[in-house]
Design a protein around this ligand. Structure first.
Ligand SMILES: [Zn+2]
Length: 333
């Protein structure tokens, strides 16, 4: 379903009113855009919900940013109170998908733009898929028409088309609010219920970057930040567990890139995905900025350096909506 915000931006773009509004001198503060994957979701056997744009759409978005905005990096944030009005945007990616290196990096280079890549360092060992990709893969490769109910799955689900995507969405919703050990048990149950088994490690190599690729990002002038080791929702963990996820991530970044981890993004990123303990652990690790993921723009004041707001870039939304988010963020971000 098309959201009201997408519809309004589309009307604005078509009517020419958007162009007029965009040239009213911009705004104070900046918009941080968040991407996950660049590619073609319809061809993917993993979670299609994490695609942010096709390569063609991403290229058009970069063209727009280059023409209409100042694209900034975290190091520029300290100057925020001194900036005048304008269209300021930051490009960020989460998780560490391989297409970030293979597709996004060449396009960023061609546009001469820089971005921030937040990586879950455990994924860079490429031994396993994320739970969301593994569930989608189990369902898409299953030969079974129906599964459930089981102890961990309250209702029967239809895996065959046209209901397959709906089954995947239901299973992802079950996992979203569970602790990592429960998610892992759920994956074992689903492996058996679907008959697909657990995903082989070879698949993880197709999906994630390795450290050579992450180094290429760094050497191309991109900023590499942390996103934990195992991608848990941090607020579900005790403070020592959170500290291990944050310092373990920082240590891996430092070991492989020889630079400290100064920026971080919270897995899931909703307001309840991080807490006071998370902030204390980030301060202990000398992290300068941590990014959330529930919409909104960033004003010079009040500015919370451990809750830098980001907006989602969604595959399928028209370019007009992207343009409106960046240039009219008070309404569309
Ligand atoms: Zn993530």
């Amino acid at each position: 379903m098309v959201s009201k915000s997408v519809l309004a931006s589309y009307v604005l773009g078509r009517s020419g009113l958007g162009t007029l509004l965009r040239h009213t001198g911009g705004h104070r503060g900046f918009v941080a855009l968040n991407y996950h994957r660049i590619g073609y979701p319809a061809e993917c056997e993993f979670d299609r919900g994490v695609f942010s744009a096709t390569p063609e759409a991403f290229e058009r978005q970069l063209e727009f940013l280059k023409k209409e905005c100042d694209v900034i990096l975290p190091a520029d944030i300290k100057d925020l109170p001194r900036w005048g009005r304008g269209n300021y945007a930051m490009i960020t990616f989460d998780d560490g998908y391989r297409d970030n290196h293979d597709i996004a990096l060449p396009l960023l280079r061609a546009a001469n733009l820089k971005a921030v890549f937040f990586i879950a360092t455990g994924f860079m060992d490429r031994t396993r898929l994320s739970w969301w990709d593994e569930i989608a893969w189990m369902v898409r490769t299953s030969a079974r028409q129906f599964i459930g109910p089981t102890a961990m799955l309250p209702a029967c689900l239809t895996l065959g088309e046209p209901d397959r995507q709906q089954a995947i969405d239901s299973l992802l919703a079950i996992c979203r609010h569970r602790t990592p050990d429960l998610v892992d048990r759920f994956l074992d149950v689903m492996a058996e219920a679907t008959g697909s088994g657990r995903a082989p490690a070879s698949l993880a190599q197709e999906v994630w970057m390795n450290w050579d690729m992450v180094r290429n990002l760094h050497e191309a002038g991109m900023v590499v930040g942390g996103h934990t080791v195992h991608h848990p929702i941090l607020s579900f963990l005790t403070r020592p567990e959170q500290a291990r996820e944050i310092t373990g991530c920082a240590r891996a970044v430092e070991q492989h890139l020889k630079v400290p981890m100064r920026v971080f993004s919270y897995p899931r990123g909703k307001p309840d995905a991080f807490n006071c303990d998370t902030r204390a652990c980030l301060a202990d690790a000398n992290v300068e900025y941590a990014f959330s993921y529930y919409g909104g723009m960033n004003l010079p004041a009040p500015f919370d350096r451990y809750d830098v707001r980001r907006v989602s870039v969604d595959a399928g939304a028209p370019l007009e909506h992207f343009e409106a988010m960046v240039t009219l963020p008070r309404i569309f971000a």
